[in-house]
Write a protein that binds this ligand. Structure first.
Ligand code: NCD
Length: 311
């Protein structure tokens, strides 16, 4: 059975296979006349979206992806309030029961790091991690790679700036693992001192010969960069030891960056954004974040297809 729990589950061969498959799905997804065919692929299938944390993109792009493959979709978008979790049911019991209904795949988002792995241990059907606390978000990382390959043209020898909340942000963690699988990438981390990237990721990068540095100046970090991966400060996770307004203010970027961004540089963001990217940048050639979100559908179609096809 194929679960998708963390970015380390993918090797470069599999990543390339999935991204190529997503390319095929993408051209059909954006063109209604080309959609025929994929709806027959899994027309008996059911995807369950079980979300214990808020989500717009991940949940709905999985739903769209499943429907484009002909599947039915059900689930709960507020499992923390509306499921039996409120009555004290453990995650393991909920997943055990749901797998007795024999859906074909369960997408799980949960506030606890390691929740997807826990679920996979008891599940009779494949579990896809849609974000586990400050742990990982592997399907986002795969769509980030797809977006970078599309928008910048390659996945190796890139200078990548990751900025914002690197401590609680799971997207930057999952993306770091994937970028380390390609040669010559350099990562520049920019974050408030209290929200730095954790040591485990830095050790992983070292082991995989991916050079990284921690920088405090946004201007210096952007100098010569190919990819800017900007994230929000995660207000909901901050304790008292850091002032949200002050921290988020430091990471706001606006048209000033146009004077020092390289012409080919592209800005990505997992979204939602708050104030960290000015809407004035949206109409510039550098803004790739909305197209990036759109790539969530074809990339998740490729993932569902891989999980279900077994080949
Ligand atoms: C992210 C998440 O939930 O980790 N959103 C997403 O899935 N695109 C990022 C965030 O919440 O800031």
């Amino acid at each position: 059975m194929r679960h998708v729990i963390s970015s380390q589950d993918f090797d470069v061969n599999l990543i390339e296979t999935l991204l190529d498959k997503a390319d095929t799905f993408e051209s059909s997804n954006s063109n209604p006349k080309k959609r025929n065919g994929f709806r027959n692929l899994y027309s008996d299938g059911i995807l369950l979206n079980i979300f214990y944390q808020p989500s717009t993109r991940t949940r709905l792009s999985f739903a769209f992806a499943a429907m484009r493959l002909g599947m039915d979709v059900d689930g709960t978008e507020n499992a923390n309030e509306f499921s039996s979790a409120v009555k004290g049911e453990t995650l393991e019991d909920s997943i055990t029961v749901l797998s007795e209904y024999h859906p074909d795949v369960i997408v799980l988002r949960h506030p606890e790091k390691g929740a997807a792995e826990k679920a996979a241990k008891v599940s009779n059907v494949p579990i896809i991690n849609g974000g586990d606390g400050a742990g990982q978000h592997p399907t986002q990382a795969l769509l980030d790679l797809f977006a970078i390959r599309r928008e910048v043209g390659r996945l190796d020898n890139l200078v990548v700036v990751m900025g914002g909340d690197l401590r609680f942000g799971r997207t930057v963690r999952s993306l770091s693992y994937l970028l380390a699988k390609y040669p010559g990438n350099q990562i520049r981390f920019v974050s408030p001192a209290q929200l730095k990237m954790d040591a485990d990721i830095k050790q992983y990068l070292k082991r995989h010969n991916t050079s990284y540095s921690e920088m405090s100046s946004i201007k210096k970090a952007f100098d010569g960069a190919d990819v800017i991966y900007w994230t929000r400060i995660q207000k909901e996770h901050l304790g008292d030891n850091i002032d949200y307004d002050e921290a988020s203010k430091m990471y706001e970027i606006d048209e000033q960056v146009l004077s020092y961004l390289k012409s080919e540089a592209r800005i990505f963001h997992p979204l939602p954004r708050v104030n960290e990217i000015s809407p004035l940048l949206d109409s510039t050639k550098h803004a790739a974040y909305f197209r990036q979100a759109g790539y969530g559908v074809p990339v998740r179609m490729a993932l569902i297809d891989w999980v279900l096809s077994g080949d």
